[in-house]
Design a protein around this ligand. Structure first.
Ligand code: ZN
Length: 339
């Protein structure tokens, strides 16, 4: 009960990449970079186990960014001529690559990290991939001419990699779809259909993560503009409840999401965000257990997995370690209180 897990990313050690950045530059290149990525992946695996997490991941140590880490393995994309594009409905500008031809995977994307994790832990392993809608919102299109067809093309590539990750021994595959919180109608109309294409044929557990983003200034400003009650989830939850996705990962710590919206996810596992990634103050176990207690009114205990609100990539490493401990201690306290 109350098995703990992470939304996805963890900070990269300063010897691997520039700290504190969402798009950090690597410190080395070639074989030396490949070895450093492996070392960072193993380091975070050990730290997650020591903190007591039940379900562990690679902390996304081998990718520069959660979307472009996947795109770098895709043929048909021009990375040399990036263009400035407003993303997440123009919430902020990013320099993005362009789709210039038919999309095809060059080979495996995450075989190395997945096999490394599987070889070094007996715990359940979760692996994250960007969702199709979030991908097409983070890249410019000069080929497909239509958002939905481009999303479906990416969904097929994601499916190819997801099936291979399952064969590598990954237990849970999660698709990150922060764009579901921005294009709510489209998420229900075709976003979930694209996810179904991405999970086609999988037997492992599947998840989708929907959040209000990393703790960067543009997101903090956006959240301030959303008013007293954040009801973005309300449009997409009923469609997710009817979907074939097993688990939904959400932002609940320090958020203005009304907890009663969680009851719209009947029949699903809910990964409840109990750790705020946009704040430098470390949650107490009591605060974590309180958030779990509030979610427990709408989610059965057996389906409730305490988690982080979002990835922790831009955070300091020390802070992230302390927040992992808070997550595990808070879940333990909630077990004492409720079970
Ligand atoms: Zn997130």
């Amino acid at each position: 009960m109350f098995e703990t897990t992470l939304a996805g990313s963890l900070p990269k050690p300063a010897w691997l990449a520039e700290p504190g950045k969402l798009w950090p530059q690597w410190r080395s290149s070639g074989e030396s970079l490949a070895r450093d990525k492996d070392d960072a992946t193993l380091l975070w695996l050990k730290l997650q186990e020591d903190a007591g997490l039940d379900i562990v991941g690679d902390g996304e140590q081998a990718r520069q960014h959660f979307v472009h880490g996947f795109l770098e393995a895709v043929e048909g994309i021009d990375f040399d001529n990036k263009v400035k594009m407003g993303i997440r409905n123009n919430r902020y500008d990013a320099m993005v690559p362009q789709v210039v031809g038919p999309l095809r995977l060059r080979g495996r994307v995450h075989a190395k990290e997945a096999r490394l994790l599987r070889a070094h832990t007996a715990r359940r392993v979760k692996f994250t991939l960007p969702g199709p809608m979030t991908i097409i919102d983070t890249i410019a299109d000069c080929h497909y001419g239509d958002r939905v067809s481009m999303a479906m093309a990416f969904a097929d590539l994601l499916n190819q990699e997801a099936r291979a990750l399952e064969a590598d021994g990954v237990d849970i595959i999660q698709f990150d779809e922060p764009a579901f919180n921005v294009y709510m109608q489209e998420a229900a109309q075709w976003g979930i259909e694209a996810l179904h294409r991405a999970i086609d044929g999988l037997r492992c557990t599947t998840a989708v993560h929907i959040c209000y983003g990393y703790g960067i200034q543009a997101n903090i400003d956006w959240k301030r503009s959303l008013g007293e009650q954040w009801r973005q989830y309300e449009t997409v939850f009923p469609a997710l409840a009817a979907s074939r996705i097993d688990q939904i990962s959400l932002e609940c710590a320090n958020s203005h999401v009304p907890m009663e919206l969680l009851k719209l996810l009947g029949g699903k596992d809910v990964l409840v965000g109990v750790i705020d990634v946009a704040s430098d103050s470390v949650e107490t176990p009591e605060e974590v257990a309180d958030t779990i207690g509030r979610a427990l009114r709408y989610v059965p205990a057996a389906r409730l997995f305490p988690c982080t609100n979002c990835g922790m990539a831009p955070m300091s490493r020390e802070l992230a370690e302390r927040k992992l401990e808070a997550l595990v201690k808070g879940a333990a306290l909630a077990r004492e209180r409720h079970l």
